[in-house]
Design a protein around this ligand. Structure first.
Ligand code: ZN
Length: 192
């Protein structure tokens, strides 16, 4: 089993292909083993089952025309660079919302595709960790405490590729996972 120091150095690495980050970290530390370690020196501790996570949804990027989340976009980072969330215990709704509004403004100023903050999505950690791959029956998702200098509440959802039977997840398997994630997601309306 790897030690904290080893996984911290893997998690802090800049991967050349950032879309491959989840896969590369999973290769180095398979089967979600690092959930038992703090993976960031800045972290207040590993993410416990009883915790809740927030993730900001942006319009139109993450939303169908009827306002429902597009799971293929909203959760795509869980397969690639890591699906960023904030841990409710170490932040507040206000803080997450103001950071999301700031991020949208920054991205818009940088000339990226226009987006505005829509709402917060809350997810409980335990149901996420209970989602399994249909093919292997093993756990499909891990939640890691990837705190940063700017955000000690930062956590990420990762797909545990090493727990699936095939090295490449098929399109149907991916869609199935994203739909299960969607079921675990709860919309929080923010009145401003
Ligand atoms: Zn580890």
């Amino acid at each position: 089993m790897s030690t904290c120091d080893e996984c911290r150095s893997t998690f802090s690495k800049k991967f050349e292909e950032s879309d491959e980050r989840v896969r590369k970290i999973d290769e180095a530390h398979p089967n979600a083993v690092c959930e038992q370690h703090c993976v960031s020196v800045l972290s207040p501790g590993w993410v416990e089952d009883g915790e809740e996570l927030y993730r900001a949804a942006f319009s139109p990027l993450h939303l169908e025309t009827n306002g429902e989340l597009k799971p293929d976009v909203f959760f795509s980072d869980a397969f690639q660079g890591g699906c960023s969330c904030d841990r409710k215990n170490y932040t507040s709704e206000d803080e997450v919302v103001s950071k999301a509004i700031e991020k949208a403004e920054k991205d818009n100023d940088a000339g990226k595709k226009h987006k505005t903050f829509s709402h917060l999505v809350a997810m409980s950690v335990e149901p996420l960790r209970k989602i399994n791959f249909q093919c292997s029956g093993s756990r499909a998702l891990a939640v890691y405490d990837t705190a940063t200098e700017e955000n000690r509440a930062h956590a990420e959802i990762f797909v545990v590729f090493s727990n699936s039977k095939s090295s490449k997840l098929g399109r149907a398997a991916k869609a199935g996972l994203r739909n299960q994630l969607l079921k675990a997601a709860e919309k929080i309306e923010i009145s401003q």
